[in-house]
Design a protein around this ligand. Structure first.
Ligand code: SAH
Length: 365
């Protein structure tokens, strides 16, 4: 069965794989007493991958077919609302507007191993992590598969560069939008589309345990990142409300199962926050928590967020922390901050756009 997203009784065409598109086209045309050749689905899929935002741009498709397409389908390509380019390293941060006016953020980064786009999976987030900007403006809705794919396509089209890696670390909790994320992964990996290998995709979660286990069963060779950020249940529940639902122990058990099922390393993210999780005791506790696990630890220097009091840990405490882990045989890296002059971590642009809009409405009243 094909799940179709409908808006104004039109079908979201870019959320369909070529096979699904072929079947849907056949149905839509036959309902009108018309026929459409099978190869059209592939042609249309290629146009959508290239980033067209209207059916009229599909110049090798006849006008008659294009008319039916625009009556029955819509193209949900995100539009650039605002764009910030870093003068330091060329990182581009986008505030995209979706077809219903919702805004989300994506970041285009250039690394030696290829261009990477960090995408959002939801408009807002309901996980409530205390240090994160994405929760500030609240949660509105899940993104469709095409809206996740569209961020990659729109960034690639705008920069004129190929994207080879994707990180799902923008606004939202991917495993809180599980089915659409799985569909997005299928679309972005499709050989007739962007064809980005699963090994070049990272998915980051705050720790929705049942979904980690479900993902584990799928055995996709993506990199799973777990936002850990604390070494005790109490401290984690304070910073990340999700820990009240799924405890640290349950989360680590799920991680061990994930590693055992797929034989793949997990990446643990640890944001160093002054006075919250950066002591020597934390470092030692982290070593015992992760002992024997096939994993990598990624330290993220805290990005200060307006309206939140947390400060990032000093360089010395970060170094000391890492050296304790390395002495015990763990591999750890500190994430390089790209786009530091444009505040490239996600959530802040959307929050300020929403408060600007609210102010404009209030001024108008
Ligand atoms: N919901 C997913 C994706 C979130 S963003 C998750 O929780 O993993 C990706 C990473 O950035 C997460 O590890 C998140 O905890 C972290 N993060 C959020 N706000 C941050 C901030 N202000 N500074 C540093 N890292 C932050």
């Amino acid at each position: 069965m094909i799940l179709v997203n409908m808006t104004m009784n039109k079908i979201d065409i870019s959320s369909l794989t070529p096979d699904e598109l072929s079947e849907t086209l056949a149905n839509v045309f036959s309902e009108r007493g018309l026929k459409i050749e099978k190869f059209r689905a592939k042609q249309i899929f290629a146009w959508l991958t290239s980033g067209v935002s209207s059916f009229d741009e599909m110049t090798n498709i006849s006008k008659n077919i294009r008319t039916v397409l625009s009556e029955c389908f819509y193209i949900a390509l995100p539009q650039i609302e605002k764009k910030l380019v870093s003068k330091i390293d060329g990182t581009v941060k986008y505030l995209f507007r979706l077809h219903d006016g919702e805004c989300i953020e994506s970041v285009f980064m250039r690394y030696e191993h290829g261009n990477t786009v960090c995408i959002s999976s939801q408009a807002g987030c309901r996980m409530g992590c205390r240090f994160c900007a994405s929760t500030i403006a609240g949660f509105t809705r899940n993104l469709t598969p095409s809206e996740m794919l569209g961020q990659v396509i729109a960034a690639s089209r705008d920069t004129g560069e190929r994207v080879s890696n994707i990180v799902m670390m923008g606004i939202g909790e991917p495993l809180d939008n599980y089915d659409n994320v799985i569909k997005f992964l299928e679309l972005v990996n499709h050989p007739d589309g962007l064809c980005i290998g699963y090994r070049h995709i990272s998915l980051s979660t705050c720790g929705i345990v049942p979904r980690i286990l479900e993902l584990s069963k799928r055995n996709l060779p993506i990199t799973l990142s777990i936002s850990l950020h604390s070494t005790s249940q109490e401290a984690r529940a304070h910073l990340m409300p999700i820990a009240k639902k799924y405890s640290l122990d349950e989360l680590l058990d799920a991680c061990r199962k994930y590693i055992a099922d797929g034989g793949r390393r997990i990446s643990f993210e640890y944001t160093m926050i002054e006075g919250q999780n950066d002591t020597e005791e934390d470092a030692k506790r982290l070593c015992s928590l992760l002992s024997g696990m096939l994993c990598h630890i990624n330290f993220i220097p805290l990005n200060t967020v307006d309206g939140r009091d947390y400060r990032k840990s000093g360089k010395e405490s970060i170094q000391k922390f890492i050296s304790i882990l390395e002495k015990r045989g763990f591999t750890a890296t500190v994430r390089r901050r790209l786009g530091s002059d444009i505040d490239a971590s996600c959530g802040q642009l959307r929050a300020s756009k929403i408060s600007e809009d609210e102010k404009a409405i209030a001024d108008h009243l």
